[in-house]
Design a protein around this ligand. Structure first.
Ligand code: GDP
Length: 337
């Protein structure tokens, strides 16, 4: 059945015209490809179902391609019955009228039957465009979509707009906003992160999808790009370091570290299976901590100056937050099963 692989995961579908940047986006966000290398990517030619170790289920569809989406044999229910968000990529550096026509007809086709699908428009490749020009384009695109939809009697369809580029963090930020709308119990997760920040006097805490570095929740203090960038770079450091030092380990080590009692359940990862680290950044005086929550998610927080000395109490608070987060995810999972 469609979607069985995605059980319990929010599903995102990425669509848009050829060359709009879909393969680049998925390579940069989910496969750590440096943005410059996307110049040599083969364009998406078919439905791609990426098997990924991520918190979310993510698929890329080239559209329009050889698929005729309006063909009656095309199983709309299988596609839109389970997705949470449809991300539509528009190349802002190209002539975009045809892309908008396609998007409009897609929305008109799916909205009556699947009104809960969030449509997220990525106005993409905005690097190199001036801020004024970006906003002009966004206004123009919004207007064209709104006019067309209201001509067809569709008002208030859930359509959101994001200005994105693979050459900076805007693409990650946009994904974060998209995914947060799909997280059940988001307010509970946010409340847990708020409590943690208050108890430990953290400046900012993020719950990250480790593979993609998209954050799925954060505390209520405002998100600023530098803090997000620093936390996401820190994940890279930790992942690199654990790749270097953690693998390959000799069998006796694996036995020692992963044998009983630590190997009881994969889902129920407790302290020993998870990476824990804390470093003091050299460019500022603020330490940053990272703690794995489960196989997909990590908690990363910017601490304030001086809190490095209070590590025992910080660790205790972090442990109980991780426990709380895990409980929330267990509830979600049980509901879905
Ligand atoms: P697809 O056919 O939709 O999968 O498009 P591709 O991912 O193959 O991208 C087409 C071209 O757009 C490639 O040469 C990319 O390097 C380029 N591209 C993708 N994203 C961006 C971006 O954010 N900014 C710029 N300037 N170019 C981009």
């Amino acid at each position: 059945a469609p979607g069985t692989a995605a059980k319990g995961k929010p599903r995102l579908l990425l669509m848009g015209q050829r060359r709009s940047g879909k393969s680049s986006i998925s390579s940069v966000v989910f496969h750590k490809m440096p943005p410059n290398e996307t110049l040599f990517l083969e364009s998406t030619a078919r439905i791609q179902k990426d098997a990924m170790h991520s918190f979310m289920d993510f698929q890329v569809w080239d559209f329009p391609g050889q698929l005729n989406f309006m063909d009656p044999s095309f199983d709309l229910d299988a596609i839109f019955g389970e997705i949470g968000a449809l991300i539509w990529v528009i190349d802002a550096q190209d002539e975009y009228h045809e892309a908008i026509n396609r998007l409009n007809s897609t929305i008109l086709n799916i909205y009556p039957n699947y009104p809960n699908v969030n449509v997220e428009v990525f106005i993409h490749k905005v690097d190199g465009l001036s801020d004024d020009y970006k906003l002009d384009i966004q206004r123009d695109i919004m207007q064209r979509i709104q006019d067309e939809l209201s001509d067809h009697g569709v008002e208030n369809a859930p359509i959101n707009f994001h200005l994105t580029s693979i050459y900076n963090h805007s693409i990650f930020e946009a994904f974060s906003k998209v995914i947060q709308k799909l997280i059940p119990h988001l307010p509970t997760l946010e409340a847990l992160l708020n409590d943690l920040c208050r108890a430990c006097r953290f400046e900012k805490a993020y719950l990250f999808d480790v593979l993609s570095k998209i954050y799925i929740a954060t505390d209520s203090s405002p998100v600023d790009m530098p803090s997000y960038e620093i936390c996401s770079d820190y994940i890279d450091v930790i992942v690199d370091v654990s790749e270097i030092y953690a693998w390959p380990r000799p069998p006796e080590y694996i036995q020692l570290l992963e044998g009983p009692p630590w190997n009881k359940k994969l889902e129920d990862q407790t302290a020993c299976n998870d990476a824990e680290s804390c470093i003091v950044l050299t460019d500022g005086k603020r330490p940053i901590m990272l703690r794995e929550v489960n196989k997909y998610l990590a908690l990363v927080a910017i601490m304030c100056e001086g809190s490095y000395e209070k590590m025992p109490s910080v660790t205790m608070n972090v442990e109980s937050t991780v426990k709380g987060l895990t409980e929330v995810f267990n509830i979600t999972r049980q509901r879905r099963e």
